[in-house]
Design a protein around this ligand. Structure first.
Ligand code: C5P
Length: 246
């Protein structure tokens, strides 16, 4: 089943990865945007969530931010379903699993979200394909996957679409093929985004915000280029301008 139109409904977004060790640091960081009047869509990942728990998601939501809760669930279907039932009650806008968990796990995760959300709003579920820090050599020599990167990403994307998910996390470079295979309404959420004059860090499959826009990414995820910038609000504004969102 395809979720035609999810990409259109959500609109293009620059998502800022709140990769901080404490809620205080994260909230102080969000305070830097107060003057700009902008409320970036934020991503809360394992580091912050494990330190602060669901409360940090609720705080970010209460401040007016949309939240992508990036917990990358990957477990047996029953555990994934029950985890997602708990996650649904937290109130994030987007949540995720690893596509490598397989279609039974992805379908179970969707069921869990429906159970946990009850009559409330159900978060969108997307699947991680291959981490953007994984390169061809890691895929071949460590994961023992002999198929090319793009083929494995596409196979995971097709599996996620067939399981009823709203989209995938992939590198901007893989977004065009994902859109061709799964339809334009299927979300391509892309980390591994760097300014042309910035540091790459541990990311390997990178693109600039403008490249990501040209390649059809719906939402870019940027962490360090914004969180570690001398002026994060200015770096966020630059990312929005380059990605083509107001
Ligand atoms: O600092 P940086 O821009 O590299 O942050 C990227 C963020 O996106 C991190 O929070 C990382 O966990 C996340 N991510 C990723 N690649 C994926 C999925 C998530 O880099 N495939």
């Amino acid at each position: 089943m395809r979720n035609a139109g999810v990409a259109g409904q959500m609109g293009k977004q620059v998502i800022v990865a709140l990769d901080f060790a404490s809620g205080k640091e994260a909230l102080d960081f969000l305070g830097l945007f107060a003057k700009s009047g902008r409320k970036p869509f934020v991503k809360i990942g394992m580091e912050l969530f494990y330190a602060e728990g669901p409360e940090i998601v609720r705080k970010a939501k209460a401040l007016g931010h949309k939240v992508f809760l990036d917990l990358k669930v990957h477990d047996i279907p029953n555990t994934a379903r029950r985890a997602m039932a708990s996650v649904a009650a937290i109130g994030a806008d987007i949540v995720n699993v690893h596509a490598a968990g397989g279609s039974a796990m992805m379908k179970a995760a969707l069921e869990g979200l429906a159970e946990g959300a009850g009559a409330g709003r159900k978060p969108l579920l997307i699947a991680v394909t291959q981490l953007t820090s994984t390169d061809a050599a890691t895929l071949r020599d460590e994961l023992l996957i002999s198929r090319p990167m793009e083929e494995t990403v596409l196979s995971y994307a097709r599996l996620a679409a067939a399981s009823g998910l709203a989209g995938v996390v992939c590198s901007p470079r893989e977004a065009p093929a994902v859109k061709t295979a799964c339809g334009n309404g299927f979300l391509a959420v892309t980390p591994g985004v760097r300014f042309a004059d910035g540091e790459v860090g541990d990311q390997k499959r990178v693109a600039t915000p403008a490249d990501a826009a040209r390649l059809g990414s719906d939402m870019i995820v940027m962490g360090r280029p914004i969180t570690r910038a001398a002026d994060p609000a200015a770096a966020y504004a630059r990312a929005c301008a380059e990605f083509g969102v107001s």
